[in-house]
Design a protein around this ligand. Structure first.
Ligand code: G1P
Length: 298
C-alpha cells in the first residue's frame, strides 16, 4: 500500500545534445534558448516552484555551464544595474526563482530512464516529480500542481497525458488506459514510441510525472529499449504491474519547444500574451501578414 507523502523534489533531465536545434545548440544548451526573453528552463523551474516543489535536481551533461550560471547570483551585473539605477532590469533578474537547485552530470547519453536513475541518491525514498524541458505547459493551475492534486486522492505514480493526433503517437510514450473517472485513467500498460498499429490509445505522456521511488530498482534492471536507450517508459510499464500508475489528462496548452514548429508557436503565442509586447507585435503581424504568408512577394 502506498503511503500518501508530499511531493517535494523534482528532477529535470537536461543532458541531451540538442541536435534538433543545431547550430544554435553547438556551444550552448538547448534549455537556455529563449522563449521571448526567458530561457526555456526558467519556465519549467517557475512551474515547479509554483507547484510547491522545494528542491530541484537538474541532470546536466557537457556544455551545460550556462544553466548553472543562470540560476546563480551575478553580483557584477547586479551592481552595475544598481549603479545605473536600472531597477526594472534588476527586477527581471530577481524574478528568476531562488529555489534550491542541485546539479549532477549524466556522463553517458543512455536515455531518459538512465538520467532519472542518476537522481536515485537525491530522491531517496519519497515520491518525486520529473519535468521534461521540451514540454512547456501554459495553464491556469500549473501542470505539476494539477498532478499533485490528483496524487492527494490517488497516491501512486501519476503521468500527465493529453490526446495527440493519431499520426503523432509514435513520438511519445503512449498509455493503455482503463477509466477511473473523468480525466483520470489507470495506465495498465505503456508503450514507448509505438507505431500507429501498436499504439494502445492516443493518450501521450507529455513531460510531467509524479513517480514513486520503487521505480529506481526497476530502472536498474531495465534493458535498453527503443533507440538503444534505457527508457523511463519501460520501467513505468513494469511499475504498473505492481502498483497503481495513473494517467491524468491535465488542463492547459502544451508546447513542444524541442521541435522547431512548437518552439515558434510558443514564441509567437507567449509574445502575444505579454502586455508590453502584444500591441506592437500584433500591429506588425496584421500589417505584414499578406507579405509574410506570400513568402515575401508583395
Ligand atoms: C520523452 C519520453 C516519452 C515522452 C516524451 C514527452 O521522449 O521518452 O515517453 O512521451 O519525452 O515529450 P523524447 O521526446 O525525449 O524522445
Amino acid at each position: 500500500m502506498i503511503k500518501n507523502k508530499q511531493v517535494r523534489k523534482a528532477i529535470i533531465p537536461a543532458a541531451g545534445l540538442g541536435t534538433r536545434f543545431l547550430p544554435a545548440t553547438k556551444a550552448q544548451p538547448k534549455e537556455m534558448l529563449p522563449i521571448v526573453d526567458k530561457p526555456a528552463i526558467q519556465y519549467i523551474i517557475e512551474e515547479a516552484v509554483q507547484s510547491g516543489i522545494e528542491e530541484i535536481l537538474i541532470i546536466t551533461g557537457r556544455n551545460k555551464r550556462a544553466i548553472e550560471d543562470h540560476f546563480d547570483r551575478a553580483f557584477e551585473l547586479e551592481m552595475t544595474l544598481k549603479a545605473q539605477g536600472k531597477y526594472d532590469l534588476l527586477g527581471l533578474i530577481e524574478e528568476i526563482p531562488n529555489v534550491a537547485i542541485h546539479y549532477i552530470r549524466q556522463k553517458e547519453a543512455k536515455g531518459l530512464g538512465h538520467a532519472v536513475l542518476c537522481a536515485k541518491q537525491f530522491v531517496g525514498n519519497e515520491p518525486f516529480a520529473v519535468m521534461l524541458g521540451d514540454d512547456i505547459i501554459d495553464a491556469e493551475v500549473p501542470c505539476l500542481k494539477q498532478l499533485m492534486q490528483v496524487y492527494e486522492d490517488c497516491p501512486g505514480t501519476i503521468l500527465g497525458v493529453q490526446e495527440v493526433a493519431q499520426e503523432k503517437v509514435s513520438s511519445y510514450g503512449v498509455v493503455k488506459p482503463k477509466v477511473v473517472k473523468e480525466r483520470l485513467w489507470q495506465a495498465v500498460d505503456l508503450v514507448e514510441k509505438p507505431t500507429l498499429e501498436e499504439a494502445p490509445s492516443r493518450l501521450a505522456v507529455l513531460g510531467r510525472y509524479i513517480i514513486e521511488p520503487e521505480i529506481f530498482a526497476l530502472l536498474e534492471t531495465t534493458e535498453p529499449g527503443r533507440g538503444g536507450e534505457i527508457q523511463l517508459t519501460d520501467a513505468l510499464r513494469k511499475l504498473a504491474q505492481v502498483q497503481p500508475v495513473y494517467a491524468y489528462e491535465f488542463e492547459g496548452r502544451r508546447y513542444d519547444v524541442g521541435d522547431k514548429q512548437g518552439y515558434l508557436e510558443a514564441t509567437v503565442e507567449f509574445a502575444l500574451k505579454r502586455p508590453d509586447l502584444r500591441e506592437g507585435f500584433l500591429r506588425y503581424l496584421k500589417k505584414n501578414w499578406g507579405e509574410l504568408v506570400n513568402g515575401g512577394e508583395k
